[in-house]
Design a protein around this ligand. Sequence first.
Ligand SMILES: *[C@@H]1O[C@H](CO)[C@@H](O)[C@H](O)[C@H]1NC(C)=O
Ligand SMILES: *[C@@H]1O[C@H](CO)[C@@H](O)[C@H](O)[C@H]1NC(C)=O
Ligand SMILES: *[C@@H]1O[C@H](CO)[C@@H](O)[C@H](O)[C@H]1NC(C)=O
Ligand SMILES: *[C@@H]1O[C@H](CO)[C@@H](O)[C@H](O)[C@H]1NC(C)=O
Ligand SMILES: *[C@@H]1O[C@H](CO)[C@@H](O)[C@H](O)[C@H]1NC(C)=O
Ligand SMILES: CC(=O)N[C@H]1CO[C@H](CO)[C@@H](O)[C@@H]1O
Length: 542
Amino acid sequence: MGFQIALFFVLLLVFSTSILAQDLDDARLVIDANTTIAETDDNYICATIDWWPHDKCNYNQCPWKFSSVINLDLSHPFLANAIQAFKNLRLRLGGSLQDQVLYEVGNLKTPCKQFGKDKSGLFGFSMGCLHMKRWDELNNLFKMTGAVVTFGLNALRGRHHVRRGSWKGDWDSSNAHDFINYTISKGYRIDSWEFGNELSGKGIGASVGVEQYGKDLVHLNSIIDELYTNFQPKPALLAPGGFYDKSWFEQLLEVSGPRVVNALTHHIYNLGPGNDHNLINKILDPDHLNKISATFRNLSLSIQMNGPWASAWVGESGGAYNSGGPHVSDTFVDSFWYLDQLGMAAKYDTKVYCRQTLIGGNYGLLNASTFIPNPDYYSALLWHQLMGKGVLDVLSHGSPYLRTYAHCSKERAGVTLLLINLSNQTTFNVDVKCTSNTELHLKESIDTRKKSFTHSLKRSISWVGDKASEERFFREEYHLTPEAENLQSTTMLLNGQALQLTERGDVPSLSPVRRDINSPINIAPLSIKFIVFPNFNTPGCK
Ligand SMILES: *[C@@H]1O[C@H](CO)[C@@H](O)[C@H](O)[C@H]1NC(C)=O
Ligand SMILES: *[C@@H]1O[C@H](CO)[C@@H](O)[C@H](O)[C@H]1NC(C)=O
Ligand SMILES: *[C@@H]1O[C@H](CO)[C@@H](O)[C@H](O)[C@H]1NC(C)=O
Ligand SMILES: *[C@@H]1O[C@H](CO)[C@@H](O)[C@H](O)[C@H]1NC(C)=O
Ligand SMILES: *[C@@H]1O[C@H](CO)[C@@H](O)[C@H](O)[C@H]1NC(C)=O
Ligand SMILES: CC(=O)N[C@H]1CO[C@H](CO)[C@@H](O)[C@@H]1O
């Protein structure tokens, strides 16, 4: 008898080390629910609509279709449904061509024509035009869908090109002034006006010196003050919508002075060019993902030291630049990068994170031809529905391939944990604890399996119909995997079911599976999980 048991254990040991050891790993997480380490805006998730026309191409591919501010099909039902599903989705209208846009309003003396290919123009395009009829239609859509809008203004108007991308001269505000006045006169609500796109630091297509930029921001701020005297709420002022450059950003706060700029918007493309064959490896490499934390840390320090009145926003972030990576940015694998960066940005007190794009390019949350959501759309929606404003610290004892983020749950008690498993071979068994003395497991015991069985039997009898106490015994899991285990699938599975628009073109509801709170938590290789713990005691959450 004794020998048989011993043999059994020896066999078990051999079996588990040979087969399981390389595939299973333990991770211990401790969530500090006593205090939040940062707070996002109520509407953290944001997506951009760009100005690129359909003939914007990269790498012999033209992935924008008709997705621009000027020619997007605003009456497409999938578009409205996709925005509405968020209740309030932030949208930022802007991008490279924004500093070449004229608004057809007021005393505009220049002819207002559409963007056309022009080798001598910035980014290879001529000036473009926003007609007020189109602006009316856009605002109808925004109002109908509950969108919260940021509009990026042309900050090159009136300046002249002096040399190698450097632009000089005062900003001519008259067209922007008339455009803002028109917007107010129509009663359109704009959450924030942003000044310029990628003109900061060395600039991308063009650059403007920081002294001049700061001076013009003060001027724009006074225009907003003046025009909005009888219109509440007054929109926020954002700048510079460019890549973080420590000294330029710090000087901007200094030159513009206290309470002029409400948020510093910065752009991120930390995966490199869209045609990089290494894109997927970078996305799955924890060291690569971590590099951008230096930018978040420095920006938050710049603000603390030089402009504590301002907050940090990611104004545009698309992963890979030049329209994104074909068959990467629009597929499941992109969510490893996107959700990780959403988590990281929030930890560094980023208030809003705008994804390039809502639609257009390879990195659209919606496919530019079909308007069907790509995997990242559902990742954004799940984040928006589950992750509250309060960011909690997670201490992780485990592999760097397991990425972990925790927030106060949205509009309910408890904590929501985001687990991202970058490993292609390891399933992590995750032990989650909380520093606020919460008994996550109803009973701590070595022999949990046996106990939890009798527990669940008892419980199923005692709490029938009592929802509040019922919640205590469960956690909710949203497990994300690609269809057919193909990382480059454009179809995402939620708890094994493909996420697809309903027959009517509505966004499907995203439902969790409930698991016994005592059951082990694990995360399969190359998958993502949101876990809601309604029973966590969270003194730090408001
Ligand atoms: C603002 O627009 C209104 C209505 O179009 C117009 O009557 C008014 O003169 C404009 N105000 C300024 C300061 O341009
Ligand atoms: C962050 O700041 C440190 C210290 O000033 C500097 O060495 C580093 O280059 C900065 N990194 C970024 C990405 O701004
Ligand atoms: C959008 O969907 C179409 C049809 O499925 C596909 O051919 C295309 O590659 C997708 N991506 C973009 C960027 O249009
Ligand atoms: C996991 O990834 C590594 C490195 O990218 C690769 O060498 C290995 O073959 C992969 N293993 C599996 C099981 O896919
Ligand atoms: C969190 O709060 C609980 C209850 O007040 C306390 O026992 C615990 O020590 C605190 N933990 C930390 C890390 O502050
Ligand atoms: C600890 C672990 O699982 N490491 C693996 C994670 O996945 C990468 C590739 O996705 C492997 O290279 C690591 O060995």
